[in-house]
Design a protein around this ligand. Structure first.
Ligand code: NAI
Length: 394
């Protein structure tokens, strides 16, 4: 028997990962899995460098995630000639400066949500990338869901008729405990808004893709736990707390709800909360149209519920569509229906879209323009909640 070498002529693309937390892991899994999942890739990621502000995190992150080199200065990673893609998975306040430096260096940029701390900053990032001719992507991974691909198809085919209402929730109780420490997510200059930008941004991106532009909003934001203990570790959901230390005042919303009117005339509402006691992690949407309706719960990722007004009177009711190979990119993972995918697998679909867009020299679905459009809604909801009135989005 002869052992043959596995040869390949796939061009490579050098990746710099900026940040080494939860999303660094998810993005790296995405790059690593594309070729195995899809059976081919137009560009094979080469894991060049990982940057983190803290040297222990940078070195351990590079080692566990498989990057060749590490640095504590993201500027070194961004300008490294071996790097083609800069991947930004830092706290939100750094997104803009890193992205602008990467764009100036001619690199493609994949950035987590929310794209920036303001819509004006997000617009600047989008326009700079357009002018430089680089490809961009924002981490709205729930858009990649095969259920959402199917929902987009049903709407585009007119199966639901005119869309009248959209409702969406992204609520979790990760911060319901008042002893959850004061990490960057609670500090305005590092995070921007709280639950609104962290969780609501995902639902806004779904609403815009499924129903179209949002024209005006009226929101209500609340901070229920007003002070939290200092963290013992610097970053992330996993940080511990120094319960004996003085507490710091929380600077952004624990929960935001808003009503919206779409440009199409449809109405809707979105709820985002990080203190939704008992709702450990819940994300759902519901769309109601003139000919039918859809319900989707992210935790029941393998099932899309569809109601059609045209069903015979004795067969009326919601029907459960089991997601399978005919829906979105599901078939890349499983050859038969009904197997639940995971959130990290949605990132693999997202990375695949990015690699194809770069290789095919086309704009990725969900690029910085989509990030800017979401930021416009975030700004409007924040303004509306502060001023207790409807705000139009231009
Ligand atoms: P995290 O707190 O787990 O990690 C952030 C990392 O950035 C830390 O390792 C920290 O040391 C590093 N960092 C801080 N300052 C830095 C600097 N100057 N240079 C280099 N690294 C620096 O945060 P997480 O949860 O990974 O979030 C990162 C981003 O991803 C955020 O924008 C967040 O909104 C987004 N996110 C997106 C999710 C999604 O489903 N798409 C889920 C969770 C987070």
């Amino acid at each position: 028997m002869t052992l043959h070498p596995a040869t390949s002529s796939v061009p490579e693309i050098g990746v710099a990962m900026i940040g080494s937390g939860l999303m660094a892991k998810s993005h790296t899994m995405g790059y690593r899995n594309v070729e195995s999942v899809y059976g081919s890739t137009p560009l094979r990621p080469r894991f060049e460098v990982l940057a983190d502000a803290m040297d222990d995190l940078a070195s351990s992150g590079a080692q566990s995630l498989g990057y060749a080199r590490w640095t504590t200065d993201w500027r070194e990673a961004v300008t490294d000639p071996a790097v083609d893609v800069v991947d930004i998975v830092t706290p939100n306040f750094l997104h803009k400066q890193i992205a602008m430096a990467a764009i100036a260096a001619g690199k493609h940029v994949y950035c987590e949500k929310p794209l920036a701390l303001s819509a004006a900053d997000a617009q600047e990032m989008f326009e700079a990338a357009e002018a430089a001719g680089v490809k961009t992507l924002v981490g709205f991974n729930y858009l990649r869901n095969p259920a959402i691909a199917e929902a987009r198809r049903l709407i585009a085919d007119g199966v639901l008729g005119d869309i009248w209402t959209f409702q969406g929730r992204f609520v979790l109780d990760a911060c319901s405990d008042p002893d959850v420490p004061f990490t960057w997510r609670f500090e305005r200059k590092l995070a921007g808004t709280g639950a609104l930008g962290d969780l609501g941004a995902h639902i806004i991106s779904l609403a815009q893709v499924l129903v179209g532009p949002i024209a005006s909003v009226v929101g209500l934001s609340r901070t229920f736990i007003t002070a939290r203990p200092e963290p013992t570790g610097a970053f992330g959901y996993g940080s511990g707390a120094d319960l004996a230390a003085p507490r710091r005042e929380v600077e952004n919303d624990d929960a935001t709800t808003f009503l919206m009117q779409f440009a199409s005339g449809a109405s809707g509402h979105i709820e985002a909360s990080r203190v939704s006691t008992g709702r450990t992690w819940h994300q759902s949407i519901e769309l109601i149209g003139s000919k039918g309706a859809l319900q989707f719960v992210q935790q029941d990722i393998h099932t899309l519920r569809l109601y059609l007004t045209g069903d015979p009177a004795d067969r009326k009711g919601y029907k459960e569509i089991e997601l399978g190979p005919s829906h979105g990119d599901y078939g890349a993972f499983w050859p038969f229906a009904g197997v639940p995918l995971g959130v990290h697998e949605l990132k693999t679909i997202e990375v695949n879209e990015f690699l194809h867009a770069i290789a095919e020299n086309r704009r990725p679905d969900g690029d910085f323009e989509a990030g800017w459009r979401v930021s416009q809604v975030l700004d409007a909801v924040e303004q509306s909640a502060a001023e207790r009135r409807w705000v139009d989005i231009k």
